[in-house]
Each structure stands twice: as C-alpha cells, then as structure tokens.
Ligand binder design. Structure first.
Ligand SMILES: Nc1ncnc2c1ncn2[C@@H]1O[C@H](COP(=O)(O)OP(=O)(O)O)[C@@H](O)[C@H]1O
Ligand SMILES: [Mg+2]
Length: 311
C-alpha cells in the first residue's frame, strides 16, 4: 500500500512514477561544460515540483531534454515506464503527446483566435492533412470550450490571442497544453513576464491542474518565494546538478544561499521568504503545500493502484 503522503513526497519513494529521469546529461556543442550533469529524480501523478536555480543552472535544458526539444548526451528518461531516450522518432512523437509544455512567452499565434490556438494542442493526435485543414473533432472543440470557460476565458473564445493581456495569454497557453491530455506538464518560467496579480492567477491555475487532474507539473521558477508557496517539492539546481530535492518546508536559507551562491541578503527575493511564507509553511497553514490531496486525485491513485497501472 502507498504510505500516507507518498503521493507528493515521492522524491524518495515513488511507485510507478509518471516520470523518471536517470543520470541525465546534456553537453551542448561548443558549451563550456555540461548544461545538465548527472541529474536523477522521479515524480508521481499530481505532484508539483518547483525547479529553482540561478540563470544558466540548466533548468530550461532539463525541461527541454524531458520533451526532447533537445537530445540528451547521456542518461535515460522514462515516461509512464516507457523509455524516451533512444526511442525511434515515431515513438518519441507518441510519448511527446503525454508531455505538455508552457513557455515564458506562451508561443501563441497572435493573429489567430483563442480557440484556434487552443486547438493546436490536438495536432499531435491528427494526420498532417487534417491539421493543415483545421479538421478538428467536434468533441475536442467542445472540450476546448469547456476548459476555457472553467479557466475564466469563456468570453474570449473568438478574440485574437494578440488582443489578450499577458496573464490571459499564459492561461490560453496552459489550456492548449491541456488539450494534449498530457500526463506531465512542463512550465518554463511561466510567470517571468507577468505582473504579480496575473502571476498569482497563472500559478493558481497550474496548481489546480496538477492537483485536480493529477497531472505531474514541473515549473521552473526564478522567484523562490513563488516556488515555496506553490510547490509540493523543490528541486534546486546549480551548475547543471541537483543540489536540493525535498519538500518546500525543508528548503533552508543556507541551502538557498548554496543554490544561488550568494548571501540571502543579496538575492532578489520578496520578504515572504524571510517571514510570512516560511512561517506559514512551517505551520502547515499555506494552501497547497500541506493541503490534503483533492478527493479525485486520492481516489484516482487508489483506483490506479488497484488496477496496477498507477503510481
Ligand atoms: N542552445 C544552446 N547552445 C549552447 N549552450 C547552451 C544552449 N542553451 C543553453 N546553453 C548553456 O547551457 C547552460 C544552461 O542553460 P539553461 O538550461 O538555459 O539554464 P537556465 O534555464 O537555468 O537559465 C548555460 O551555460 C547556457 O549558456
Ligand atoms: Mg531558463
């Protein structure tokens, strides 16, 4: 039986992980040293990992290796038990569908409508011709409308993406990724260009997607306080390697100083980290971090375990 709490603290105990990264290494041609060096971790469904580290630590490269935007130099990546590394192109395409990606600059097509952008999330499931002609299934369109409405974007379906605010565009980017029906959502600095209010809406949405739909989310974050506030688990990277992997509550100031190689006073971190947020985490008050898993997830995991197909 899965021990209580194992669904989120699975860094060490992870049965049938949705993602397993083993001894991953990436050396770019012309790069000074490895951008990602001997990185290993695994994660469960419904777990939210915040990846922190200074610029150049290898956070983006790690995500790009996981969805094969870049080819790893060495190591292994398993998605729901299937090896991604070394797989033939056709299988990589299938595995990639299970991995949604959200970028800092959302990568929407500004002149297309919200609906058209979101439907692009289905392209991986269609023939090239159907994709070019935009021949989407009615059921998929209905689902897109449903998710957009739940996300508070129901009145923007036929607005051009270019007319939306940064926060709205980022939410559209997340819905597009969800249309892939991914098991894993990778978000690379999703709030780096947003104002604090929009950043909060976007992070709330990612956490909701993660916990309610049991999608494993990895979020690269520049803001340590946002990582602490939203993540079940933090991975700290420094010069390509993992220097911390554990629950947010265990991330000590001394560890943050090690990750950023700077005294905490010199770091551009909101006051939250020194006071409020840390205390709330310690006392288990803050939403998301000590929350009981949503019933759907808990039941889903139970059923999955019963069926022997989940983690
Ligand atoms: N396409 C590339 N070609 C060569 N070097 C790269 C490339 N992308 C990233 N790097 C290098 O790899 C290291 C890690 O970069 P990156 O993964 O972007 O870190 P982060 O996202 O943490 O800022 C850096 O030294 C960076 O300069
Ligand atoms: Mg980056």
């Amino acid at each position: 039986m899965l021990p209580a709490g194992a669904w989120w603290s699975c860094g060490r105990i992870c049965l049938n992980p949705v993602l397993e990264v083993r001894n991953l290494k990436k050396v770019y041609r012309g790069g000074e040293g490895p951008a990602v060096d001997n990185v290993s971790f695994s994660m469960a469904r419904g777990e939210m990992i915040g990846v922190i580290g200074p610029s150049g630590a290898g956070k983006s490269t790690l995500l790009r290796c996981i969805n094969r935007l870049v080819t790893p130099t060495a190591g292994h990546i398993f998605i729901e038990g299937e090896e991604m590394t070394g797989a033939p192109a056709v299988r990589v395409r299938g595995l990639r569908r299970r991995v949604g990606m959200v970028f800092q600059h959302h990568n929407l097509v500004a002149r297309l409508t919200v609906m058209q952008n979101v439907m692009h999330g289905r392209l991986g499931y269609m023939s090239t011709l159907d994709g070019i002609l935009g021949r989407y299934q009615e059921a998929d369109k209905k689902q897109a409308v449903e998710i957009l409405t739940q996300t508070g974007l129901g009145s923007f379906l036929y607005h051009r993406a270019g007319e939306l605010s940064g926060g709205q565009r980022q939410r559209v980017g997340i819905v597009r990724a969800l249309m892939q029906q991914p098991s894993i959502l990778l978000c690379d600095e999703p709030i780096a260009s947003l104002d604090p209010a929009s950043a909060q809406v976007v992070m709330d949405l990612i956490r909701d997607v993660c916990h309610r739909s049991a999608i494993a989310c990895i979020v690269n974050l520049h803001q340590v306080d946002a990582a602490l506030r939203y993540s079940d688990r933090i991975i700290g990277m420094y010069r390509g390697g993992i220097v911390f992997d554990g629950p947010a509550a265990e991330l000590k100031e001394s560890v943050i100083e090690k990750i950023y190689n700077k005294p905490i006073k010199q770091l551009m971190i909101g006051d939250g980290i020194k006071g409020g947020i840390r205390d709330e985490i310690r006392e288990g008050m803050h939403s998301g971090i000590r929350e009981e898993p949503h019933d759907g997830i808990r039941d889903g995991i139970k059923e999955g375990l019963r069926d022997g197909q989940n983690g």
